[in-house]
Write a protein of this length. Structure first.
Length: 408
C-alpha cells in the first residue's frame, strides 16, 4: 500500500480519536451545572458559590489556552492533548472522593488547565495529519462532537445521578474520559503534529520570542480574534437570553420558549456537518461566512421586529441557525489561512481565547437591555453584531493577503 493510499485511513483515525477527546472537553464544561441542586447540599453552599466553580474552570482555561498554544508549537500537540484530556477527566473522577467545596475548587482549577489544550493541540494535529482536501470536514466533525458533548452532559449526568448517585455520575463519566485518554496513548503515533524536531528543544525554553508576540498582535490575527469575539457574543447572547426574551417580551410559556431555543440549537448542529463539505469545496470562506451571518442576522432580527406565532418563530430561526452552523468549518478555515506554518498552536490558542472573552462580555452587555425593559432590542443587537462579524471575516482575509504579499 502506498503512502497516498494509506493517508485517508490515517486521517479518519486521527479525526475520530481527536474528536472523541473534544467531546469530553465540552461534556465536562457542563459537568457541574446539571447536578447543582444536589451539590448545593453536598458542599453546603449556595448557587453563587457553585457558579464560581464553573467560572474557575473557564477562567483558567481561557488564560492558559494562550500559553498552551506556545507549548504546542514548541514541544508538540500530542503529549499536550494526552495530558490535558487526562487532567480534565481525572479531575471529575476525583470529585466524589473529596466531597468538600475547597477540594472541588482546586479540582476545577486543574480541570481548567486540562481543558486549555484542546483547541491549540487539536488544530495543530489536524494541520499536520489530515489531508488538505478533508480539513474542512475534520473541522466540522470537531465542532459537531463538541456541541454533542454540551447536549449530552445534562441527560447523562442527571440520569446517572437520579438512577444511582451523584458519585456514580462523576466516576462513570470520569472513567469514560480516561478511556479516551488511553485511546490517545494507543494511537499516539498517528497523532502527527508537525513538531517532531521539538523533541530536541530545551525544556526551559518555551520558545516565546518577539516574533511570536508580533505575530499575535499582527493585523490579520487581531482581526481573527475580533471575528471570534463577535461570533461568541452573538451565539452566547442568544442562547443565554432567548428563553427569557420569549417569556417576558412575547408572553410565551416556558415550554414554548424552550422549544424555540431547542429548535435553534438542533438546526445549528444540523448545519455543521454539511458545512464541512462546503469548507472543503470553496475558496472564499470569508464571503460564505459573511453571507451566512447575514441570513442568520436577518432571521433573528425578523423575530425581534415581527410578532410571529411560536411555530413561525421557530421556523424562521431554524433557517438562520442552519446557516450559522453551516459556516462553522469555514470560520476555522479563515484562521487556518491566516496562520503561518509552525504557528497553528499559538494562533488557534490565542484566537479561541476570544470565545471565552465573548462568553464573559455577552451576558453583561445584553443583560443591560433586559434591565431597562428592552428585551426585543437584544435580537436586533445580535443581528447587528453578526453583520460586524461577517465584515471582520472579510477583513481578516484581506489583511492576511496583504501580509503574505509583503512577505513575498
Amino acid at each position: 500500500m502506498t503512502v497516498a493510499a494509506a493517508q485517508p485511513k490515517a486521517g479518519v483515525k486521527v479525526v475520530s480519536v481527536v474528536c472523541s477527546a473534544h467531546f469530553f472537553s465540552h461534556f465536562f464544561q457542563l459537568g457541574l451545572p446539571p447536578l447543582f441542586p444536589i451539590l448545593k447540599d453536598v458542599y453546603g453552599v449556595g448557587y453563587a458559590e457553585l457558579g464560581l466553580l464553573v467560572g474557575a474552570l473557564f477562567l483558567v482555561s481561557s488564560v492558559a489556552q494562550v500559553a498552551t498554544g506556545f507549548v504546542v508549537d514548541r514541544f508538540g500537540a500530542r503529549l499536550a492533548l494526552i495530558l490535558g484530556t487526562g487532567l480534565l477527566s481525572g479531575s471529575f473522577l476525583l470529585l466524589p472522593f473529596f466531597p468538600t467545596y475547597e477540594a472541588a475548587f482546586v479540582l476545577m482549577l486543574i480541570a481548567g488547565l486540562g481543558n486549555s489544550v484542546f483547541h491549540p493541540a487539536d488544530f495543530a494535529i489536524f494541520q499536520a495529519a489530515v489531508r488538505k482536501d478533508f480539513v474542512g470536514r475534520a473541522y466540522s466533525l470537531h465542532s459537531f462532537t463538541g456541541n454533542i458533548g454540551w447536549a449530552a452532559a445534562p441527560p447523562i449526568l442527571g440520569g446517572l445521578a437520579a438512577l444511582v448517585s451523584w458519585q456514580a455520575a462523576f466516576i462513570v463519566t470520569g472513567l469514560a474520559g480516561l478511556a479516551v485518554t488511553a485511546a490517545l496513548v494507543v494511537f499516539r503515533e498517528d497523532l502527527v503534529d508537525g513538531t517532531r524536531a521539538a523533541a530536541k528543544a530545551d525544556p526551559a525554553d518555551l520558545g516565546v520570542s518577539r516574533a511570536d508576540i508580533k505575530l499575535l498582535v499582527s493585523p490579520p490575527i487581531l482581526a481573527c480574534f475580533f471575528f471570534f469575539l463577535l461570533f461568541a457574543i452573538t451565539f452566547i447572547a442568544f442562547n443565554t437570553f432567548a428563553v427569557t426574551i420569549f417569556t417576558t417580551a412575547y408572553g410565551l410559556s416556558l415550554v414554548n420558549a424552550s422549544s424555540i431555543q431547542t429548535t435553534f440549537m438542533i438546526a445549528f448542529m444540523a448545519g455543521i456537518l454539511p458545512g464541512g463539505y462546503l469548507a472543503d469545496k470553496v475558496e472564499r470562506h470569508d464571503r460564505w461566512t459573511a453571507a451566512a451571518f447575514l441570513v442568520s442576522g436577518a432571521a433573528i432580527s425578523t423575530v425581534g421586529i415581527v410578532d410571529l406565532t411560536p411555530v413561525a418563530a421557530a421556523a424562521v430561526l431554524a433557517v438562520g441557525a442552519f446557516a450559522f452552523g453551516g459556516v462553522m468549518p469555514c470560520r476555522d478555515m479563515i484562521v487556518r489561512k491566516a496562520t503561518p506554518a509552525g504557528s497553528t498552536g499559538k494562533v488557534f490558542g490565542f484566537v479561541y481565547a476570544a470565545l471565552d472573552l465573548g462568553g464573559a462580555l455577552a451576558p453583561v452587555a445584553f443583560g443591560w437591555l433586559l434591565a431597562i425593559d428592552r428585551a426585543r432590542w437584544i435580537f436586533l443587537a445580535i443581528a447587528i453584531v453578526l453583520v460586524g462579524a461577517g465584515a471582520s471575516a472579510i477583513l481578516t482575509r484581506a489583511l492576511a493577503g496583504r501580509t503574505l504579499a509583503r512577505a513575498a
